[in-house]
Design a protein around this ligand. Structure first.
Ligand SMILES: [Zn+2]
Length: 567
């Protein structure tokens, strides 16, 4: 229905996509690998690990090995973990370098700490949450911890790695009230405001929404993290590229680009590995959801950054997903402008799953061409566009059409704003996240609108743009949706998400009709328009469907196009 209507009524060439190599960012950061394979630096199988690193560099898309090192402090006095890793690195790195051009670098997989407690804790100040609880994450305001990090990074810098990457444990944000409330941070707040603050007073003040106070608190956070990142940067040679992993939480994400710039070498385009691996994402919609999530992250981070996916999917862990699903995920996100990924398909320090590892390598090797292409391809003319409005919790995708229709049917689409000749696809969940100016801009071009969107437009004063005073359905039930060219659909649900389009504006043309069948065997009776096309005063041309999007997609597509066995 959707395709037919668009093809015949708008004459949009659906598959007229123009791809051209992207220029600029990727070229400037050529020295920085973008497809990183994480391998824990362990001593139990030096030759096997080196062989695997070489094979990944030769046969898959991987162009960098990120040797995993955990520097989060252990023991009191603190253990010299960096020297232990350096000793293993010296054994394994030459074995790879002798046979492969794959870059080899340092993944500082933990520095401040991901939260888990080691066998023996250090004596450094840990971060304190708003509720007063602590996790095992070091606070960078403790100068002893900063000395330890600087010393550790200098030990690793002596190895002359091709790059370093800082993991996403480098943040002080949890829950609704972000920041570290340890004594050192409260002391910094006292210095900035000229008065003493307890943790409870600070939390209360932040919850009051006092803008000025929040700015002071945010500045302390920024300064804390800046000092931390600059300590790491200064410990490595100035020409060693540095990369940042971030999460989406609070103001850490807001400053991700600035922090990545602090870690970058002179002349290097900042690299940010974004948030959201395909963890536990084996259901039908998860890849589509992740693509929407990354498109939205990319929009918020802004231009001038090389953005990488979080694709950690260690096959022997709870957080794994299949090789096919991971590959699909990486290609879809690459199409949105994500340039690479940090992939963990090898082993942990203590466990490995050889058969799964082989499956990942096979899939990644078979598909390296399309993965590489996707990272370079550019949607100049996407044909179908859905607004880049982000995602909700779980698999909720506010973009609607992307998840419910285009991805499942295989129709290419992109996130953003339509350019001339493109069609914007809208439903209520995406419309409610757009500004008036964005809505008017969209409706000055070609638009495809579902029943929820039609009802939303009318309720919010935009009926004149769609050619009907749409109302939530309160008429007789319907059993058939037909048009004159032979389209037919039955078995639809009838509820208030269905739009009643009987009140048409002048110029609106009915494309298809909804019918009521009074009793078994009787002739269907026309009840209301099933879809209309309308040219509005902004110069836009709109197809309005009465049915909600969820009713436009035969259920069997869920099982076929995005099924596990579909490759
Ligand atoms: Zn602190």
């Amino acid at each position: 229905m959707i395709c037919r209507a668009l093809r015949f009524s708008l004459a949009i060439p659906f598959f007229a996509f123009a791809f051209s190599p992207k220029s600029g960012l990727a070229d400037q950061a050529a020295e920085c690998p973008h497809w990183l394979s994480v391998i824990p630096l362990v001593e139990d199988d030096i030759d096997g690990i080196a062989d695997d690193a070489v094979a990944q560099g030769d046969k898959t898309i991987i162009d960098g090995i990120a040797w995993l090192m955990r520097l989060c402090p252990e023991g009191n006095p603190v253990a010299d973990l960096a020297s232990q890793y350096a000793a293993i690195y010296r054994k394994i790195e030459p074995k790879v370098r002798a046979r492969s051009k794959v870059k080899q670098g340092v993944l500082l997989q933990s520095t401040m700490g991901h939260g888990g407690y080691p066998g023996e804790v250090s004596g450094f100040q840990t971060a304190v949450k708003a509720d007063g609880s602590t996790v095992y994450r070091m606070c960078p305001l403790d100068s002893r911890f900063m000395d330890y990090i600087g010393r550790s990074c200098r030990t690793l810098a002596a190895l002359k790695p091709d790059f370093f990457m800082v993991d996403d444990d480098t943040r002080l944000v949890w829950g609704a009230v972000p920041g570290c409330f340890c004594p050192l941070h409260l002391s910094a707040l006292e210095k900035a405001t000229g008065r003493k603050w307890t943790r409870q007073e600070t939390v209360e003040q932040l919850q009051l929404g006092d803008r000025e106070f929040r700015d002071v608190w945010e500045k302390i956070y920024f300064d804390t993290m800046e000092a931390f990142y600059r300590t790491i940067r200064a410990s490595f040679p100035s020409d060693t590229p540095g990369m940042l992993c971030t999460t989406k939480v609070h103001f850490h994400f807001k400053y991700a680009k600035a922090f990545a710039q602090m870690l970058a070498a002179p002349g290097q385009v900042p690299v940010v590995r974004g948030a959201g691996a395909n963890y536990a994402g084996n259901n039908v919609y998860h890849c589509i959801y992740k693509r929407a999530s990354f498109a939205f992250q990319l929009k918020n981070i802004g231009s001038g950054v090389v953005y990488l996916q979080e694709a950690d999917t260690c096959p022997q862990q709870l957080w794994s997903c299949s090789a096919t699903r991971e590959y699909e995920n990486m290609v879809l996100q690459a199409l949105e402008g994500v340039k690479g990924a940090k992939i963990w398909i090898t082993r942990t320090f203590m466990t490995r799953e050889r058969r799964s590892q082989l499956a990942y390598r096979r899939i990644f090797s078979q598909n390296r061409g399309i993965m590489s292409w996707a990272a370079k391809a550019d949607f100049r003319q996407g044909g179908v566009v859905v607004p880049n409005v982000g995602v909700g919790e779980g698999d909720c995708d506010w973009t609607g059409f992307a998840k419910r229709y285009f991805a499942l049917t295989g129709i290419p689409y992109r996130y953003g704003e339509a350019e001339k000749g493109e069609v914007t696809a809208l439903c209520a969940s995406s419309l409610s996240r757009l500004s008036r100016a964005e809505i008017e801009r969209a409706f000055s071009g070609a638009v495809l609108l579902d029943g929820t969107g039609a009802n939303w437009m009318s309720t919010n004063g935009y009926a004149k743009l769609i050619g009907a005073d749409a109302r939530p359905w309160a008429r007789k039930t319907i059993q058939l949706h037909l048009d004159e060219k032979g389209f037919s659909l039955g078995g639809m649900r009838v509820d208030r998400a269905l739009a009643d389009l009987t009140s048409l504006h002048q110029g609106a043309e009915v494309l298809s009709r909804l019918y009521n069948v009074p009793s078994m065997g009787s002739e269907p009776k026309y009840e209301a328009p099933g879809s209309i096309v309308f040219a509005n005063s902004l110069g836009g041309r709109v197809i309005v469907m009465a049915q909600p999007l969820r009713e436009c997609m035969p259920k069997y597509y869920n099982q076929t196009l995005f099924g596990e066995n579909y490759q």
